[in-house]
Design a protein around this ligand. Structure first.
Ligand code: ADP
Ligand code: MG
Length: 246
C-alpha cells in the first residue's frame, strides 16, 4: 500500500480564526475515508489543504508521495466542491462536454482521439447518465449533476475522488444509488475521501473515519470510531449529530 495523502502537523488559520490545528493523518491507496465533524469544524478547509488549494501555516502535505506544492498531476484527482451541485455551474455546457473537459487533462486541448472519446463514453455509462449526455448541465437535478461531475473525474482516470458533501439537495433514492456507485468505484481501486454530514452514511460506507473539530478527534477504522467517544466529544454541545440509519 502506498500513501495517497500525508498530512503532518498541519495548521491553517483564516486571519484570527484557527480552522485546522495540528492535524496529522495518512490516506492510503484504496481507502474510503469519511471525514466528519460539526458545521464549521474545518472539514472543507482540511480537504483544501490535502489537495493543495490552501497552503498550511505550519506542517507539511504530500500528495501521491510528493510535496503538494510541486504536485502537477491534477488529472489524478477528481474533486467535487461543496457548492458544485447547489450552484450547478454557470457554464451552459452539455454533460458530454463537461465530461470531455475532464479528458483534457490527458488529451490537451487539441483534437480528441478515439481513445479519448471512448473514455468519455465509458465514464458517462459508468455513472448511468447516457440518456442525459446531450442535455445542458444547468438543466439537471442535483443528483444528476453530481453524477456528471463524477463522470468528469472518471474520464480523467482519477485515482482519488474527493467529495465535499456531494448529496446535499439530492433526494433519498438518488443518494442511495450515488453511494452505491461510490462503493463500486472504491471496489475498482479508486481512493475516496468523502465529507458527509450524515454519520450513518459514513459508518455504513467508509472503511476509515477522520473526525475533526479544528483538531483531530479520531482517525482510524470505522469500527473503532463507532466504539469511541470521538463523535460526542467532537460535536460537544455545539452541533447536532445527523444519524439516519438506512
Ligand atoms: P466545515 O467545512 O467543517 O463546515 P470550514 O472548513 O468551511 O468548515 O470552516 C472552518 C472555519 O473556518 C469556520 O469557522 C469558518 O467560519 C472559517 N472559514 C471558512 N472559510 C473561511 C474564509 N474564506 N474566510 C474566513 N473564515 C473562513
Ligand atoms: Mg464544508
Amino acid at each position: 500500500m502506498s500513501a495517497i495523502v500525508e498530512l503532518d502537523g498541519v495548521t491553517f488559520s483564516y486571519g484570527d480564526t484557527v480552522a485546522v490545528s495540528d492535524v496529522s493523518l495518512t490516506v492510503e491507496e484504496g481507502e474510503f475515508l469519511g471525514l466528519v465533524g460539526p458545521n464549521g469544524s474545518g472539514k472543507t478547509t482540511l480537504l483544501h489543504l490535502m489537495l493543495g488549494l490552501h497552503e498550511p501555516d505550519e506542517g507539511t502535505v504530500k500528495l501521491f508521495g510528493r510535496p503538494v506544492d510541486d504536485f502537477g498531476d491534477g488529472g489524478r484527482i477528481g474533486y467535487v466542491s461543496q457548492q458544485a451541485t447547489s450552484r450547478g455551474g454557470t457554464m451552459p455546457v452539455t454533460v458530454r462536454e463537461c465530461v470531455t473537459m475532464g479528458r483534457f487533462a490527458h488529451a490537451g486541448r487539441g483534437r480528441l482521439s478515439e481513445t479519448d472519446r471512448a473514455a468519455v463514453a465509458d465514464a458517462i455509462e459508468t455513472v448511468g447518465i447516457e440518456s442525459l449526455a446531450d442535455r445542458l448541465i444547468t438543466e439537471l437535478s442535483g443528483g444528476q449533476k453530481q453524477r456528471a461531475y463524477i463522470a468528469r473525474a472518471l474520464a480523467s482516470d482519477a485515482d482519488l475522488l474527493a467529495l465535499d458533501e456531494p448529496t446535499v439537495g439530492v433526494d433519498a433514492e438518488s443518494r442511495d444509488a450515488f453511494y452505491t456507485l461510490l462503493d463500486e468505484l472504491n471496489g475498482d481501486g479508486i481512493t475516496i475521501i468523502l465529507i458527509e454530514h450524515d454519520i450513518g452514511v459514513v459508518t455504513d460506507r467508509a472503511s476509515r473515519v477522520a473526525c475533526i473539530n479544528t483538531e483531530l478527534y479520531h482517525h482510524g477504522d470505522t469500527e473503532s470510531f463507532v466504539e469511541s467517544d470521538a463523535l460526542s466529544e467532537a460535536y460537544g454541545a455545539t452541533g447536532q449529530v445527523v444519524h439516519h440509519h438506512h
